[in-house]
Design a protein around this ligand. Structure first.
Ligand code: NI
Length: 252
């Protein structure tokens, strides 16, 4: 069994949403929200599909636009049994550096919700890894689980996050021909620190680059990890699936 721990499957992303979901029969998807307006659709997916779980949260790109009602909505739906985390939340200085303080404030507010409701934090961090680290170190409660989606930092940063109990989401970038940093991380660190993801519909892995990504492509990520670590494919699935189950407290 495979678990895609981070994907987006909305009507906006796919015309053939149900078909895409069917490709993941017998596997599991954790659908992430970025925009507050997506929360209802994720809840609906969770309620209509046995193998779909969700995380809800406000992405840093909405740091200027979100409302108190959006945050209240998260607090309301976080208690749903199939909502297994708060995400994706974090910092994105690639998108804009203009509102760093607002981004941090929104990030911290949502970390506090994760602490309060004992849900896993799913981090989005782009060009902001030091600030992300400092906030997680300071505000994440010791027993709050945390996953860094689509990890893109250095080996040294990976080790520092792991020391805080954070797991690294590994996606299609690992299969890119010119990608070196992530390959070094996967080769060097213990496989138990990794969970699989696609970030569909983005970041399509090799050999399918240029097409729209979908959760079923998570198998290419698993195959690459298996190859780089010299661990057989079935064992790679077994370990990463077990880590994901623990990371998100999935009740299968
Ligand atoms: Ni995402």
């Amino acid at each position: 069994m495979l678990i895609d721990t981070h994907c987006h499957i909305s009507d906006e992303d796919y015309e053939n949403k149900e078909e895409i979901i069917k490709h993941m029969e017998d596997n599991i998807m954790i659908v992430s929200t970025a925009s507050p307006k997506d929360i209802k659709e994720v809840i609906e997916l969770c309620e209509t599909h046995k193998n779909i779980y969700g995380t809800i949260g406000i992405h840093p790109e909405f740091a200027d636009a979100y409302t108190t009602e959006d945050l209240n909505n998260i607090e309301k739906y976080i208690k749903h049994p199939k909502i297994v985390g708060i995400g994706e939340i974090g910092l994105d200085y690639h998108y804009t550096k203009e509102n760093k303080e607002k981004q941090k404030e929104l990030f911290i507010k949502q970390i506090k919700l994760a602490n309060k409701y004992k849900k896993t934090i799913v981090i989005h961090s782009r060009d902001a890894i030091e600030d992300t680290y400092n906030i997680i170190e300071k505000y994440k409660a010791k027993d709050t689980k945390c996953n860094m989606h689509c990890f893109s930092g250095s080996l040294e940063m990976a080790e520092r996050f792991i020391k805080l109990g954070v797991t690294l989401g590994i996606g299609g970038v690992l299969t890119f021909k010119n990608e070196k940093k992530l390959k070094e991380i996967v080769t060097t660190l213990d496989i138990h620190n990794f969970v699989l993801e696609t970030d569909s519909p983005y970041l399509t892995p090799e050999p399918l680059r240029g097409t729209k990504n979908e959760p079923a492509n998570v198998k290419y990520v698993a195959a690459k990890i298996s190859q780089l670590k010299g661990i057989d494919y079935a064992k790679t699935l077994e370990i990463t699936t077990q880590t994901a189950i623990q990371q998100f407290d999935l009740k299968l």
